[in-house]
Design a protein around this ligand. Sequence first.
Ligand SMILES: [Ca+2]
Ligand SMILES: [Ca+2]
Length: 410
Amino acid sequence: MKPFPGKPVPGKPVPTTLQVTLPWLLAASCPGRPAGAAPAPEPRARCCSGRGARRQTMGKLTALTLLGISLALLGQRFVRIREKMNASREVEPVEPQNCHLIEELENGSEDIDILPTGLAFISTGLKYPGMPNFAPDEPGRIFLMDLKEQTPKAQALKISDGFDKALFNPHGISTFIKEDGTVYLYVVNHPHMESTVEIFKFEEQQRSLIHLKTIKHELLKSLNDIVVVGPEQFYATRDRYFTNYFMILEQFLDLHWTYVVFYSPSEVKVVAKGFSCANGITISLDRKYIYVADVADKNIHVMEKHENWDLTQLKVIQLGTLVDNLSVDPTTGDILAGCHPNAMKLLNYNPEDPPGSEVVRIENALSDEQRVSTVYANNGSVLQGSSVASIYDRKMLIGTVFHRALYCAL
Ligand SMILES: [Ca+2]
Ligand SMILES: [Ca+2]
């Protein structure tokens, strides 16, 4: 039996897919000739006289046409993907004067949530497929910063025993204050690259987190961010539908299969779907609206929250930058978005040409006269891969996926 032409032969280079498939496609139109064989010396006598020859030519033309169309579609897809990633975009700098890097934070600060008392929680050390990580052997941690202090410093919070700290891989976070004043921190965690939601109780005096519960559910997969809306009730975003190699196909075909999940102990359901890559999520000051960022589609969905926790879409705010996490300015209600100006630089990390950072403010998000302005923009020379910005009393913290964190006095 003759080997398939593409079968590797020791000492010979392995042919490409095109080199293998093209002769087969062409040969398939003439059933008498084995693929890869030299053309017969007398084609008319061997297989084709009259009708046979025409069939052979038509087959070849069809195969070549199909190949041409496939290559054209493939090229078009690549162009579209580069556009979606803002692959050729460079940022114009917008840098407030009083900003400095936070000394203690060197390994990411993906999400930041600030309490009304000025205590900021910061998730650090995220390990995420396709993203750089400068300390891959170090587990993630939650840092605290007291923004009421004159020169606030970040301090890692202790975590109670009984929780696997070595596997801690914190991503999106959200705080919840119970009526009695107890503060809870909900954290999207990726132990072994899976997704769980961890509930901690915050002990302010001890500067520690007491682990209370791990939540897992089949709808809570590939989680990115979370917003807590009641005791053990939250919305969370799923940023990828597939968790295996199909995720590449998902991105390539731009399937809009990701969604927002509502979780409560008695009910778990998908409440909004059709996102290319649902990412940051937060709630309006009056707690009536949920804001969801679609990082791949470069927009923010304004959703109305209903009694039964369902969400309906009111409007979409289109931006020219890839939106990661969202927060709300506690004095104005404006949305602050941590954004990636050029996702190609983020995915193909090069320290010589690093990904930049960008923070966008959206005023009057609920009206037709919203106003979008850039609060911060840097080409990566100071801050790389910004993912969040959060404000307290004219002080702004900007966090990043894998890099440093910035403190700005506005
Ligand atoms: Ca968050
Ligand atoms: Ca995020």
